[in-house]
Design a protein around this ligand. Structure first.
Ligand SMILES: *Cc1c(COP(=O)(O)O)cnc(C)c1O
Length: 379
Protein backbone atom coordinates (compact mmCIF):
# COMPACT_ATOMS: atom_id res chain seq x y z
CA UNK A 1 0.00 0.00 0.00
CA UNK A 2 1.37 3.45 -0.87
CA UNK A 3 1.85 6.13 1.77
CA UNK A 4 -0.79 8.15 -0.10
CA UNK A 5 -3.39 5.38 0.16
CA UNK A 6 -2.66 4.92 3.88
CA UNK A 7 -3.26 8.59 4.69
CA UNK A 8 -6.92 8.77 5.64
CA UNK A 9 -6.93 11.67 8.09
CA UNK A 10 -5.89 15.25 7.29
CA UNK A 11 -3.31 14.97 10.09
CA UNK A 12 -1.52 12.20 8.20
CA UNK A 13 -2.25 13.59 4.72
CA UNK A 14 -0.46 16.88 5.42
CA UNK A 15 2.69 14.95 6.31
CA UNK A 16 2.60 12.41 3.49
CA UNK A 17 0.56 13.62 0.52
CA UNK A 18 2.66 15.04 -2.30
CA UNK A 19 5.82 13.97 -0.49
CA UNK A 20 8.26 11.22 -1.10
CA UNK A 21 11.74 10.51 0.13
CA UNK A 22 14.04 11.95 -2.54
CA UNK A 23 15.18 8.95 -4.60
CA UNK A 24 18.46 10.64 -5.56
CA UNK A 25 19.66 11.54 -2.03
CA UNK A 26 17.33 9.96 0.54
CA UNK A 27 16.36 13.46 1.76
CA UNK A 28 13.13 13.29 3.79
CA UNK A 29 12.32 16.92 3.01
CA UNK A 30 12.07 17.65 -0.70
CA UNK A 31 14.65 19.90 -2.35
CA UNK A 32 13.57 23.13 -4.07
CA UNK A 33 13.78 22.67 -7.83
CA UNK A 34 14.74 26.08 -9.17
CA UNK A 35 15.59 24.88 -12.68
CA UNK A 36 13.53 26.71 -15.29
CA UNK A 37 14.03 24.00 -17.88
CA UNK A 38 14.34 20.21 -18.06
CA UNK A 39 16.41 18.03 -20.40
CA UNK A 40 14.78 16.17 -23.28
CA UNK A 41 15.66 12.61 -24.17
CA UNK A 42 17.75 11.88 -27.29
CA UNK A 43 14.51 10.89 -29.01
CA UNK A 44 12.95 14.29 -28.23
CA UNK A 45 10.74 13.01 -25.41
CA UNK A 46 10.49 14.39 -21.86
CA UNK A 47 11.48 11.37 -19.77
CA UNK A 48 10.52 12.90 -16.36
CA UNK A 49 7.40 14.65 -17.66
CA UNK A 50 8.79 18.15 -17.07
CA UNK A 51 9.42 20.58 -19.92
CA UNK A 52 9.62 24.15 -18.61
CA UNK A 53 9.07 25.75 -15.20
CA UNK A 54 5.94 27.64 -16.17
CA UNK A 55 4.16 24.54 -17.45
CA UNK A 56 5.18 22.31 -14.56
CA UNK A 57 7.60 22.01 -11.65
CA UNK A 58 8.12 19.24 -9.06
CA UNK A 59 7.45 21.55 -6.07
CA UNK A 60 4.23 22.80 -7.64
CA UNK A 61 3.13 19.25 -8.43
CA UNK A 62 3.78 18.25 -4.81
CA UNK A 63 1.68 21.13 -3.48
CA UNK A 64 -1.13 20.47 -5.96
CA UNK A 65 -1.20 16.78 -5.00
CA UNK A 66 -1.43 17.61 -1.29
CA UNK A 67 -4.22 20.14 -1.80
CA UNK A 68 -6.17 17.71 -4.00
CA UNK A 69 -5.94 15.09 -1.25
CA UNK A 70 -6.96 17.47 1.55
CA UNK A 71 -9.97 18.85 -0.34
CA UNK A 72 -10.94 15.35 -1.59
CA UNK A 73 -10.95 16.54 -5.19
CA UNK A 74 -9.36 15.16 -8.35
CA UNK A 75 -6.96 17.95 -9.42
CA UNK A 76 -5.62 21.34 -8.30
CA UNK A 77 -4.23 24.38 -10.09
CA UNK A 78 -2.09 26.65 -7.92
CA UNK A 79 -1.49 30.34 -8.56
CA UNK A 80 0.76 33.19 -7.47
CA UNK A 81 -1.99 34.56 -5.16
CA UNK A 82 -5.49 33.83 -3.93
CA UNK A 83 -6.68 36.67 -6.13
CA UNK A 84 -5.03 35.10 -9.20
CA UNK A 85 -6.86 31.84 -8.40
CA UNK A 86 -10.31 33.47 -8.43
CA UNK A 87 -9.33 35.75 -11.33
CA UNK A 88 -8.26 32.76 -13.41
CA UNK A 89 -11.45 30.86 -12.62
CA UNK A 90 -13.49 33.88 -13.77
CA UNK A 91 -11.36 34.01 -16.93
CA UNK A 92 -12.63 30.55 -17.89
CA UNK A 93 -16.04 32.16 -18.50
CA UNK A 94 -17.12 34.01 -21.62
CA UNK A 95 -18.52 37.54 -22.05
CA UNK A 96 -22.06 36.15 -22.54
CA UNK A 97 -21.98 34.41 -19.15
CA UNK A 98 -23.43 35.53 -15.83
CA UNK A 99 -21.90 35.07 -12.39
CA UNK A 100 -23.50 35.18 -8.96
CA UNK A 101 -21.34 36.21 -6.00
CA UNK A 102 -22.09 37.11 -2.38
CA UNK A 103 -22.95 40.69 -1.46
CA UNK A 104 -20.15 40.40 1.10
CA UNK A 105 -17.70 38.79 -1.36
CA UNK A 106 -13.98 39.34 -0.66
CA UNK A 107 -13.32 42.96 -1.52
CA UNK A 108 -10.69 42.16 -4.17
CA UNK A 109 -13.13 39.87 -5.99
CA UNK A 110 -15.74 42.61 -5.98
CA UNK A 111 -13.14 44.94 -7.52
CA UNK A 112 -12.15 42.44 -10.23
CA UNK A 113 -15.79 41.85 -11.15
CA UNK A 114 -16.67 45.54 -11.36
CA UNK A 115 -13.45 46.97 -12.77
CA UNK A 116 -12.09 44.20 -15.00
CA UNK A 117 -14.69 41.58 -15.91
CA UNK A 118 -17.77 43.83 -16.29
CA UNK A 119 -16.05 46.12 -18.85
CA UNK A 120 -15.05 42.92 -20.71
CA UNK A 121 -18.74 41.91 -20.86
CA UNK A 122 -19.20 39.36 -18.07
CA UNK A 123 -22.37 40.18 -16.15
CA UNK A 124 -22.70 39.49 -12.46
CA UNK A 125 -25.14 39.88 -9.59
CA UNK A 126 -24.19 40.26 -5.95
CA UNK A 127 -26.73 38.60 -3.67
CA UNK A 128 -27.02 37.51 -0.05
CA UNK A 129 -26.05 33.84 -0.52
CA UNK A 130 -27.30 32.95 2.97
CA UNK A 131 -30.80 33.64 1.52
CA UNK A 132 -31.66 30.62 -0.67
CA UNK A 133 -34.76 32.26 -2.16
CA UNK A 134 -32.72 35.29 -3.22
CA UNK A 135 -30.14 33.03 -4.90
CA UNK A 136 -32.87 31.01 -6.68
CA UNK A 137 -34.40 34.25 -8.00
CA UNK A 138 -31.02 35.50 -9.23
CA UNK A 139 -30.13 32.43 -11.32
CA UNK A 140 -30.50 33.06 -15.06
CA UNK A 141 -30.32 30.75 -18.08
CA UNK A 142 -26.80 32.11 -18.75
CA UNK A 143 -25.59 31.82 -15.13
CA UNK A 144 -22.47 29.69 -15.47
CA UNK A 145 -20.84 30.11 -12.06
CA UNK A 146 -22.07 30.72 -8.53
CA UNK A 147 -19.33 31.86 -6.18
CA UNK A 148 -19.75 31.60 -2.41
CA UNK A 149 -17.50 32.27 0.57
CA UNK A 150 -18.34 30.55 3.79
CA UNK A 151 -17.72 31.65 6.46
CA UNK A 152 -17.52 35.08 4.86
CA UNK A 153 -15.18 37.95 5.47
CA UNK A 154 -15.56 40.01 7.66
CA UNK A 155 -19.19 39.20 8.59
CA UNK A 156 -18.53 35.47 9.18
CA UNK A 157 -21.87 34.80 7.48
CA UNK A 158 -22.52 31.13 6.78
CA UNK A 159 -23.86 29.89 3.43
CA UNK A 160 -25.48 26.45 3.20
CA UNK A 161 -23.16 24.69 0.73
CA UNK A 162 -25.39 21.63 0.11
CA UNK A 163 -28.49 23.76 -0.56
CA UNK A 164 -26.70 26.18 -2.90
CA UNK A 165 -25.05 23.26 -4.74
CA UNK A 166 -28.50 21.75 -5.40
CA UNK A 167 -29.89 25.07 -6.68
CA UNK A 168 -26.81 25.73 -8.81
CA UNK A 169 -26.80 22.29 -10.40
CA UNK A 170 -30.54 22.49 -11.18
CA UNK A 171 -29.65 25.62 -13.18
CA UNK A 172 -26.76 23.82 -14.95
CA UNK A 173 -24.19 26.11 -13.39
CA UNK A 174 -20.99 25.41 -11.47
CA UNK A 175 -20.54 26.14 -7.76
CA UNK A 176 -17.20 27.49 -6.49
CA UNK A 177 -16.70 27.81 -2.74
CA UNK A 178 -13.94 29.98 -1.31
CA UNK A 179 -12.77 27.80 1.58
CA UNK A 180 -9.99 30.12 2.79
CA UNK A 181 -11.47 30.99 6.17
CA UNK A 182 -12.48 27.45 7.16
CA UNK A 183 -9.57 25.51 5.59
CA UNK A 184 -10.02 21.85 4.55
CA UNK A 185 -9.46 20.77 8.16
CA UNK A 186 -12.80 22.27 9.18
CA UNK A 187 -14.78 22.09 5.94
CA UNK A 188 -14.52 20.21 2.63
CA UNK A 189 -16.92 21.93 0.17
CA UNK A 190 -16.37 19.34 -2.58
CA UNK A 191 -17.86 16.63 -0.35
CA UNK A 192 -20.91 18.88 0.13
CA UNK A 193 -21.55 19.30 -3.60
CA UNK A 194 -19.38 22.26 -4.65
CA UNK A 195 -17.55 21.85 -7.96
CA UNK A 196 -14.52 23.93 -7.01
CA UNK A 197 -12.83 24.86 -3.74
CA UNK A 198 -10.83 28.09 -3.88
CA UNK A 199 -8.04 29.05 -1.48
CA UNK A 200 -5.90 32.01 -0.67
CA UNK A 201 -3.10 29.68 0.55
CA UNK A 202 -1.58 32.92 1.85
CA UNK A 203 -3.74 32.47 4.95
CA UNK A 204 -4.13 29.24 6.95
CA UNK A 205 -2.67 26.76 4.47
CA UNK A 206 0.80 28.31 4.28
CA UNK A 207 0.04 29.62 7.75
CA UNK A 208 3.15 31.60 8.64
CA UNK A 209 2.55 34.98 7.03
CA UNK A 210 5.49 34.56 4.67
CA UNK A 211 4.10 33.54 1.28
CA UNK A 212 1.30 34.74 -1.02
CA UNK A 213 -0.46 32.03 -3.02
CA UNK A 214 -3.75 30.60 -4.26
CA UNK A 215 -5.36 27.42 -5.50
CA UNK A 216 -8.46 26.02 -7.19
CA UNK A 217 -9.31 22.36 -6.51
CA UNK A 218 -11.86 20.62 -8.74
CA UNK A 219 -14.17 17.81 -7.64
CA UNK A 220 -14.22 16.06 -11.03
CA UNK A 221 -12.69 16.65 -14.46
CA UNK A 222 -14.74 19.26 -16.34
CA UNK A 223 -14.34 21.77 -19.22
CA UNK A 224 -13.93 24.72 -16.85
CA UNK A 225 -11.00 23.08 -15.09
CA UNK A 226 -9.38 22.17 -18.43
CA UNK A 227 -9.60 25.83 -19.38
CA UNK A 228 -8.28 26.84 -15.95
CA UNK A 229 -5.20 24.65 -16.43
CA UNK A 230 -4.61 26.35 -19.78
CA UNK A 231 -4.94 29.78 -18.19
CA UNK A 232 -2.54 28.74 -15.42
CA UNK A 233 0.22 27.50 -17.71
CA UNK A 234 -0.25 29.81 -20.72
CA UNK A 235 -1.32 32.89 -18.75
CA UNK A 236 1.56 32.12 -16.41
CA UNK A 237 0.38 33.49 -13.04
CA UNK A 238 2.11 30.53 -11.40
CA UNK A 239 3.64 30.32 -7.92
CA UNK A 240 7.43 30.04 -7.72
CA UNK A 241 9.07 26.75 -6.65
CA UNK A 242 10.05 28.37 -3.33
CA UNK A 243 6.47 29.62 -2.79
CA UNK A 244 5.22 26.06 -3.32
CA UNK A 245 7.88 24.61 -1.03
CA UNK A 246 7.06 27.10 1.75
CA UNK A 247 3.32 26.47 1.41
CA UNK A 248 3.84 22.71 1.55
CA UNK A 249 6.05 23.13 4.61
CA UNK A 250 3.41 25.24 6.37
CA UNK A 251 0.70 22.76 5.45
CA UNK A 252 2.28 20.08 7.68
CA UNK A 253 1.04 21.84 10.82
CA UNK A 254 -2.31 22.98 9.38
CA UNK A 255 -4.56 20.62 11.42
CA UNK A 256 -2.74 21.42 14.68
CA UNK A 257 -2.75 25.16 14.07
CA UNK A 258 -6.33 25.46 12.86
CA UNK A 259 -7.84 23.40 15.66
CA UNK A 260 -5.89 25.35 18.29
CA UNK A 261 -6.83 28.68 16.69
CA UNK A 262 -10.51 27.65 16.54
CA UNK A 263 -10.51 26.69 20.21
CA UNK A 264 -9.00 30.02 21.27
CA UNK A 265 -11.34 31.94 18.91
CA UNK A 266 -14.35 30.25 20.52
CA UNK A 267 -13.13 31.19 24.01
CA UNK A 268 -12.36 34.79 23.02
CA UNK A 269 -15.68 35.18 21.16
CA UNK A 270 -17.51 34.01 24.28
CA UNK A 271 -15.45 36.31 26.50
CA UNK A 272 -16.15 39.29 24.21
CA UNK A 273 -19.94 38.70 24.24
CA UNK A 274 -19.87 39.29 28.00
CA UNK A 275 -17.70 42.41 27.82
CA UNK A 276 -19.52 45.71 28.57
CA UNK A 277 -17.70 47.62 25.78
CA UNK A 278 -18.91 45.21 23.08
CA UNK A 279 -22.13 45.61 21.10
CA UNK A 280 -22.03 42.33 19.18
CA UNK A 281 -19.70 39.46 18.30
CA UNK A 282 -19.77 37.73 14.90
CA UNK A 283 -18.50 34.15 15.17
CA UNK A 284 -20.24 31.04 13.73
CA UNK A 285 -19.36 29.06 16.88
CA UNK A 286 -21.65 31.22 19.04
CA UNK A 287 -25.09 29.64 19.51
CA UNK A 288 -26.87 32.94 18.73
CA UNK A 289 -25.01 33.46 15.42
CA UNK A 290 -27.58 33.32 12.57
CA UNK A 291 -25.46 30.75 10.70
CA UNK A 292 -24.66 28.56 13.71
CA UNK A 293 -26.87 25.58 12.87
CA UNK A 294 -25.85 25.53 9.18
CA UNK A 295 -22.21 25.77 10.28
CA UNK A 296 -22.75 22.85 12.68
CA UNK A 297 -24.02 20.78 9.75
CA UNK A 298 -21.08 21.48 7.44
CA UNK A 299 -18.05 22.39 9.56
CA UNK A 300 -15.89 20.48 12.04
CA UNK A 301 -15.06 23.57 14.12
CA UNK A 302 -15.64 27.25 13.46
CA UNK A 303 -12.23 28.66 12.63
CA UNK A 304 -9.82 31.22 13.97
CA UNK A 305 -11.40 34.40 12.60
CA UNK A 306 -14.02 36.55 14.30
CA UNK A 307 -15.35 40.09 14.15
CA UNK A 308 -16.81 42.28 16.86
CA UNK A 309 -18.65 45.57 16.99
CA UNK A 310 -17.56 47.89 19.77
CA UNK A 311 -20.10 50.18 21.42
CA UNK A 312 -19.43 53.52 19.76
CA UNK A 313 -18.36 54.72 16.34
CA UNK A 314 -15.45 54.39 13.92
CA UNK A 315 -13.18 56.45 16.20
CA UNK A 316 -13.96 54.19 19.17
CA UNK A 317 -13.13 51.08 17.12
CA UNK A 318 -9.92 52.61 15.74
CA UNK A 319 -9.05 53.60 19.31
CA UNK A 320 -9.30 49.98 20.47
CA UNK A 321 -7.12 48.76 17.60
CA UNK A 322 -4.63 51.53 18.37
CA UNK A 323 -4.11 50.16 21.90
CA UNK A 324 -3.43 46.46 21.31
CA UNK A 325 0.16 45.46 22.05
CA UNK A 326 0.49 41.75 21.25
CA UNK A 327 -2.14 41.83 18.52
CA UNK A 328 -0.75 43.60 15.44
CA UNK A 329 -2.75 46.13 13.44
CA UNK A 330 -2.53 44.58 10.02
CA UNK A 331 -4.60 43.11 7.26
CA UNK A 332 -4.78 39.39 6.41
CA UNK A 333 -5.28 36.44 8.75
CA UNK A 334 -4.12 32.89 9.39
CA UNK A 335 -0.63 33.75 10.66
CA UNK A 336 0.98 32.67 13.97
CA UNK A 337 0.85 36.37 14.90
CA UNK A 338 -2.65 37.57 15.90
CA UNK A 339 -3.88 40.57 13.93
CA UNK A 340 -6.70 43.07 14.30
CA UNK A 341 -8.12 45.22 11.55
CA UNK A 342 -10.62 48.02 11.10
CA UNK A 343 -12.24 46.79 7.87
CA UNK A 344 -14.56 49.67 6.94
CA UNK A 345 -11.63 52.05 6.41
CA UNK A 346 -10.00 49.78 3.82
CA UNK A 347 -13.05 48.38 2.01
CA UNK A 348 -14.71 51.66 1.16
CA UNK A 349 -18.26 51.47 -0.18
CA UNK A 350 -19.16 48.11 1.41
CA UNK A 351 -21.74 47.52 4.12
CA UNK A 352 -19.15 46.79 6.80
CA UNK A 353 -20.08 48.63 10.00
CA UNK A 354 -17.75 51.49 11.01
CA UNK A 355 -17.45 50.07 14.54
CA UNK A 356 -16.43 46.57 13.37
CA UNK A 357 -13.01 45.12 14.13
CA UNK A 358 -11.86 41.80 12.65
CA UNK A 359 -9.64 39.65 14.81
CA UNK A 360 -7.45 36.84 13.50
CA UNK A 361 -6.38 34.50 16.28
CA UNK A 362 -2.73 33.50 16.00
CA UNK A 363 -0.83 30.99 18.09
CA UNK A 364 -0.24 33.06 21.22
CA UNK A 365 -1.69 31.86 24.54
CA UNK A 366 -5.39 32.59 25.00
CA UNK A 367 -4.88 34.32 28.37
CA UNK A 368 -2.30 36.72 26.91
CA UNK A 369 -4.64 37.63 24.03
CA UNK A 370 -7.52 38.21 26.46
CA UNK A 371 -5.30 40.41 28.65
CA UNK A 372 -4.29 42.42 25.57
CA UNK A 373 -7.92 42.90 24.49
CA UNK A 374 -8.94 43.72 28.08
CA UNK A 375 -6.49 46.62 28.31
CA UNK A 376 -7.30 47.82 24.76
CA UNK A 377 -11.05 47.90 25.54
CA UNK A 378 -10.58 49.95 28.74
CA UNK A 379 -12.09 53.40 28.41
C1 LIG B 1 -6.99 36.85 1.17
C2 LIG B 1 -8.18 36.36 0.47
C3 LIG B 1 -8.22 36.34 -0.93
C4 LIG B 1 -7.09 36.89 -1.78
O1 LIG B 1 -5.88 36.23 -1.59
P1 LIG B 1 -4.47 36.93 -1.93
O2 LIG B 1 -3.49 35.83 -1.75
O3 LIG B 1 -4.32 38.06 -0.97
O4 LIG B 1 -4.55 37.42 -3.33
C5 LIG B 1 -9.35 35.82 -1.54
N1 LIG B 1 -10.39 35.36 -0.82
C6 LIG B 1 -10.39 35.38 0.53
C7 LIG B 1 -11.56 34.86 1.28
C8 LIG B 1 -9.29 35.88 1.21
O5 LIG B 1 -9.29 35.91 2.53
Amino acid sequence: MSAEAMSTSPDTQVIHSGRQIDPATGAITAPIHLSTTFERGADGSYPQGYIYGRSGNPNRDALETALTTLEQGCATATFASGSAATFSLLQTLGPADHVIAPQSVYFGVQQMLSQIFAPWGLSYTLVDTTDLTAVAETLRPNTRLVLIETPSNPQLAVTDIRAIAALTHQANAYLACDNTIASPVLQTPLTLGADFAIHATTKYLAGHGDVIGGAVVTRVPNPLFDQLRLIQTIGGTVPSPFDCWLTLRGLQTLPLRVRAQAQVAQAIATWLTEHPAIERVLYPGLPDHPGHSVAQGQMQGYGGLLSFLVKGDQATAMGVAAKTRLIARATSFGSPHSTIEHRASIEKGTQTAPNLLRLSIGLEHKDDLIADLEQALER
